[in-house]
Design a protein around this ligand. Structure first.
Ligand code: ATP
Ligand code: MG
Length: 395
C-alpha cells in the first residue's frame, strides 16, 4: 500500500521570474504556514519550483481542505517519497496503481539529470510492470488515473492524485487595498477577487446606528470573517455615518441623495486608505445593476477622488456573482434580512444620470467636510480572524 507522507505544491511558473519569483514563493510559503499554523509537526522544504510539506502524522483531510483555499497554488498532490532507485520507484508506482481503477498514464519528470534513466525510460518501466501485474490498460489521451513521478537526487515523489489549487497570486504580494464592504452579496465577492490577485484587503463599512442594527453590523463582521481565511485576518473599519447621512437628506433632493452619499463614502474611504497605506479602493459595483451603478453615476461618484477605484465585478451578471458567493460561502450570510444604511434611506426615484455639476452645486448647501472629519475621527477598527469569530479589538 502507498502511504502518502509528503504534500507537493506547484505554483504558477510562467508569471514568476527573477526577483518577483523569490517574493512570490516566500509570501506563498508564509501564507501556507499561516493557514496550517495549528499543525506543529509539519516540515516545510522549498526548492526552486516546488514547496514540499512533510505530513508527519497531521490530519491529511484537513490539510487538503485548507490548501485548496490558498491563492498562488496552481495544484498540489499527496505523494509518497521514496529512495531515487528505479526498482523502488517501479514497485511503489505498482502499489499505488492497486488503489485505482481503469486506464492509466505514467508521467515521469527527471529533475536530477544524473539519474541513470530518462523520463521516457522511467515511464516505460513503470507501465510495463503495471500492465504485466494488473488488469489496468494504458490510455495516453484520456486516462482514468495518472501516475506522477518526480525524481530528485534526495528522493522521488510518487502520486496518483493532482488536486486543483485556488490559482491567482499569494495574497499580499501586490499591495493593500481598502474594500468597501456592505452587508450585501456583491462586496464580499469583490473582496475575495481582490485577494485572489494577490492584494491584501482592509475593509471599511458605513453604519447608521440606531437606524441600522447591531445585527447588521455583526453580519458585516461575519462576512469579513468568512473571507478572512484567504489572508488570515482582516481589519474592518466601521464608520458612524448617521449624522452625515441625515445631513445629506436634509440638504439635498431625494433623487440625488444616493449620488451624494456615495461621493461622501468615497471621500471618507480615500482618507482612510491613505492613513492605512492602501493604494486603491475596491467596491462590489456591477454596471447597470441599480441606479447608482450606471456609467454616468460611476463617473459622477468617482470624480471626488484620485485614488484608483477597482470594481472586480463591473461586468458580472448577478447570477455569476451569486454563484461565486455560494462557492466562497458568503451567500447565506449576505441574504440575512438586516437593513443596510442604503436601504434605510432608500429614495423613491434616484437619478440614473447624475451630473457632476449638479452634485457639486448641491454639496455647497452644507458643510460636509465637518461631518467627514467627524466620521474619520470616530472610526472604530475591529480585527476579524477566520479561526476565532470577530473579536472586538480596538486599535
Ligand atoms: P452589495 O451586495 O455589495 O451591497 P449592492 O448591489 O447592494 O452591492 P449598492 O448597495 O449599490 O450595491 O453598493 C455598491 C457598493 O458600494 C457595494 O458593493 C459596496 O462596495 C459599497 N457599499 C454600499 N453600501 C455600503 C456600506 N454601508 N458600507 C460599505 N460599503 C458599502
Ligand atoms: Mg448593498
Amino acid at each position: 500500500m502507498v502511504k502518502y507522507d509528503t504534500v507537493l505544491i506547484r505554483y504558477g511558473e510562467l508569471s514568476t521570474k527573477g526577483k518577483n519569483r523569490k517574493t512570490f514563493v516566500q509570501k506563498l510559503l508564509s501564507n501556507i504556514k499561516h493557514t496550517l499554523k495549528d499543525m506543529p509537526n509539519l516540515e516545510y522544504r522549498l526548492t526552486y519550483e516546488r514547496i514540499y510539506i512533510k505530513i508527519n502524522g497531521e490530519d491529511v483531510d484537513l490539510l487538503t481542505e485548507r490548501l485548496k483555499d490558498v491563492f498562488g497554488i496552481s495544484s498540489f498532490s499527496l505523494t509518497q517519497k521514496v529512495e531515487s532507485n528505479i526498482d523502488t520507484i517501479v514497485e511503489t508506482c505498482y502499489q499505488a496503481s492497486l488503489n485505482e481503477k481503469g486506464t492509466f498514464k505514467v508521467k515521469a519528470r527527471r529533475n536530477d539529470k544524473t539519474f541513470p534513466f530518462i523520463s521516457d525510460e522511467i515511464n516505460r518501466k513503470v507501465a510495463s510492470k503495471i500492465l504485466k501485474e494488473t488488469d489496468h490498460k494504458v490510455d495516453v489521451h484520456d486516462p482514468d488515473f495518472m501516475i506522477y513521478i518526480e525524481v530528485f537526487s534526495d528522493g522521488t515523489y510518487i502520486t496518483c492524485n493532482k488536486i486543483q489549487g485556488a490559482k491567482g497570486y499569494p495574497t499580499g504580494i501586490n499591495g493593500k487595498c481598502l474594500a468597501l464592504l456592505s452587508g450585501g452579496i456583491d462586496s464580499p465577492v469583490a473582496g475575495y477577487l481582490m485577494m485572489k490577485r494577490g492584494i491584501e484587503i482592509e475593509c471599511i463599512h458605513y453604519a447608521s446606528p440606531p437606524y441600522t442594527s447591531n445585527m447588521a453590523r455583526q453580519k458585516v463582521l461575519d462576512l469579513a470573517s468568512i473571507i478572512s481565511k484567504y489572508q488570515g485576518r482582516i481589519k474592518v473599519h466601521i464608520i458612524n455615518f448617521t449624522d452625515l447621512q441625515k445631513a445629506i437628506y436634509d440638504n439635498c433632493p431625494e433623487s440625488y441623495a444616493i449620488t451624494i452619499m456615495r461621493r461622501m463614502m468615497l471621500r471618507i474611504a480615500d482618507i482612510v486608505a491613505n492613513k492605512r497605506d492602501c493604494i486603491a479602493i475596491s467596491t462590489g459595483e456591477s454596471l447597470g445593476q441599480v441606479a447608482s451603478q450606471t456609467l454616468e453615476s460611476m463617473r459622477c461618484i468617482n470624480e471626488v477622488i484620485n485614488i484608483p477605484v477597482i470594481r472586480p465585478l463591473v461586468t458580472y451578471d448577478k447570477e455569476e456573482i451569486i454563484d461565486l458567493a455560494k462557492k466562497i460561502k458568503t451567500f447565506e450570510t449576505s441574504i440575512l434580512p438586516y437593513e443596510d444604511c442604503c436601504t434605510i434611506f432608500d429614495p423613491k426615484n434616484p437619478v440614473t444620470k447624475p451630473t457632476i455639476r449638479k452634485a457639486q452645486e448641491l454639496e455647497t448647501h452644507f458643510d460636509y467636510q465637518k461631518y467627514i472629519d467627524e466620521c474619520v475621527d470616530t472610526m472604530e477598527t475591529i480585527i476579524v480572524d477566520c479561526s476565532s469569530k470577530a473579536n472586538e479589538d480596538f486599535l
